[in-house]
Design a protein around this ligand. Sequence first.
Ligand code: CCH
Length: 290
Amino acid sequence: MASVKNGDYDGIRNQVTKILKRPGYDDGSIGPVLVRLAWHASGTYERKDRTGGSNGAGMRFAPESNDGANAGLEHARAFLDPIAEANPWISYADLWTLAGVTALEAMGGPKTPWKPGRTDFKSEQAAEAYHGKVDGRLPDASQGAQHIRDVFYRMGFSDQEIVALSGAHNLGRCHEDRSGFDGKWVVNPTRFSNQFFKLLLTRKWVPRKWDGPLQYEAVVVGEKLMMLETDLALIKDPEFRVWAEKYAADQKLFFEHFAAAFAKLLELGVDRDGSGVAPLVKGGCPYHAG
Ligand code: CCH
């Protein structure tokens, strides 16, 4: 992999775009797993004590790297390592989040505002000293609306933003050897759209009969598709459902809301100082504390 100039983030975007296609891997693209990496890198945020979030790239170290919720993301990180090695000037925390927005756009999704400035932890000890233990903070797919609210309100999201973000399940699939769940949500899982919401609302989702954890299935144009308990919560809960219906009816609105919420997610815990750098200070940047 060639290097690009220090600060050339468009150059990094080009490098990410070039590695997205991967015949033989899942549905032929690493795009979905890169979106998931950006989300899990950020979704540990706790607004009360301002710990967690994408700054630091703590997932390179235990215990975050071993968190069951992050199973499989070692592949996403490994896909990006050649870019990181060729461009040591970019932090992993910036690279992972930039790769997520680049992949989303390349798969037909909206352009998500993104800013650099994240710094990396130098060690597991540094990660723990700054953020405490952040493993166990990501959502559990076998639970319902209350759990989803507990997790996303902790980060500072509204019901509308929760539903918009959940529309990311239009991408990619579940892997038995990662989460225990199996299958994809939509027929074309490498193309971003509002299909996830349409299918959620129009199909009859029945529990799958198998040895694995509870998940739901429906056959759509000859293919078996799936939903998680947390996905169904988006139509069972009346407040969530209002937004699921709006997004199913209006892809433009979904894209606008998704881009805004995704940008907010990737910024959680990233407090830049006057020079545009987000230092790793316990509880966020001292300039913005309080
Ligand atoms: Fe998700 N997600 N997600 N998800 N997710 C999984 C896969 C993807 C939950 C559970 C799972 C978001 C919210 C939630 C993606 C993006 C987002 C899997 C399968 C589970 C389980 C993992 C595997 O086996 O590989 C739960 C629970 C919630 C909320 O309650 C949000 C928010 C986003 C992004 C904004 C993407 C993309 C995937 C596909 C990954 C792949 O490898 O294809």
